[in-house]
Design a protein around this ligand. Structure first.
Ligand code: HEC
Length: 192
C-alpha cells in the first residue's frame, strides 16, 4: 500500500513537471506568436526534393550516359576517380561479387551502386541532394539524369544509349534489389 502511494505521488509530480515544461497550462498564451510568415507553395516546393523508390518526386527532364560523361569528368571525377572506381572517395562503380551477398561477413568487398543499392531512384535523390560535395543542389534535373544514366551504364545496369527520365528510372531493377526486405518488426526487440 505504501509503495502504491509513493508511486502515485511520483506519477503526479511527473505530470505536473510535464505540464510546466510544455507551457500547456498557460491560458494567456496566444494561439500564434506572430513571428515570421507562412511559407509560400514555391518555397516549400524548393525544399521538397525527396524521390521515393517508386519514382514519386522525380522531376521532368532526361539524360543519357553520353551527356553524363562530360559532367562527370568535370564535377565528380576528382573525388570518385576517372571511371568511378578509383576514388579517392567512395567507389561508385563495381559489381563484385557477382553472386552471393557477403558484405556482412567479408569486409574486402566494397559496397557500390552496382552491388549494394536496391533502388535506382535513390541515386537521383542522392546526387541531386548531396553532390558534388562542394556544391550540393547545384545540378539541373537534366544533369542529374545524365549522371545517373552514366553511373548505371558504368555499373552494367543499363545500356549506353538508355534515356533516364521520370518514367524509365523507376523501372530500372538494381542487382541488389531483392537483397533487402521491408522491416516489419513492431515494438519489442524482434530480430529477423
Ligand atoms: C569534393 C569531393 C566530391 C565530389 C566533387 C563529388 N563527390 Fe560524391 N562523394 C564524396 C564523398 C566524401 C562521399 C561520401 C559521403 C558520405 O558518406 O557522407 C560521396 C558519396 C557519393 C555517392 C554515394 C556513394 C555510396 O555508395 O554511398 C554518390 C552516388 C556520389 N558521391 C556521386 C557523386 C557525383 C555524381 C558527383 C558529381 C556530380 C560527385 N559525387 C562529386 C565526395 C565527392
Amino acid at each position: 500500500m505504501r509503495v502504491a502511494v509513493v508511486l502515485l505521488a511520483l506519477t503526479l509530480a511527473a505530470a505536473a513537471c510535464g505540464n510546466r515544461d510544455q507551457g500547456a497550462a498557460r491560458p494567456d498564451a496566444p494561439a500564434r506568436f506572430g513571428f515570421g510568415r507562412a511559407a509560400t507553395a514555391e518555397e516549400i516546393w524548393a525544399w521538397n526534393i525527396d524521390v521515393m523508390p517508386d519514382g514519386a518526386g522525380l522531376p521532368p527532364g532526361s539524360g543519357t550516359a553520353a551527356q553524363g560523361v562530360a559532367i562527370y569528368a568535370r564535377k565528380c571525377a576528382a573525388c570518385h576517380g576517372r571511371t568511378g572506381a578509383e576514388g579517392p572517395f567512395d567507389r561508385l562503380v563495381g559489381r563484385e561479387p557477382r553472386s552471393g551477398f557477403p558484405f556482412g561477413r567479408d569486409p574486402r568487398f566494397v559496397k557500390t551502386l552496382g552491388n549494394y543499392w536496391p533502388y535506382a531512384t535513390t541515386l537521383y535523390d542522392y546526387v541531386n541532394r548531396a553532390m558534388p560535395l562542394d556544391a550540393p543542389g547545384s545540378l539541373t534535373p537534366d544533369e542529374v539524369y545524365g549522371l545517373v544514366a552514366f553511373l548505371l551504364w558504368r555499373n552494367e545496369i543499363v545500356t549506353d544509349t538508355a534515356v533516364m527520365n521520370a518514367q524509365t528510372l523507376p523501372r530500372v531493377v538494381m542487382p541488389a534489389h531483392d537483397r533487402f526486405v521491408i522491416d516489419n518488426r513492431r515494438g519489442g526487440p524482434e530480430v529477423r
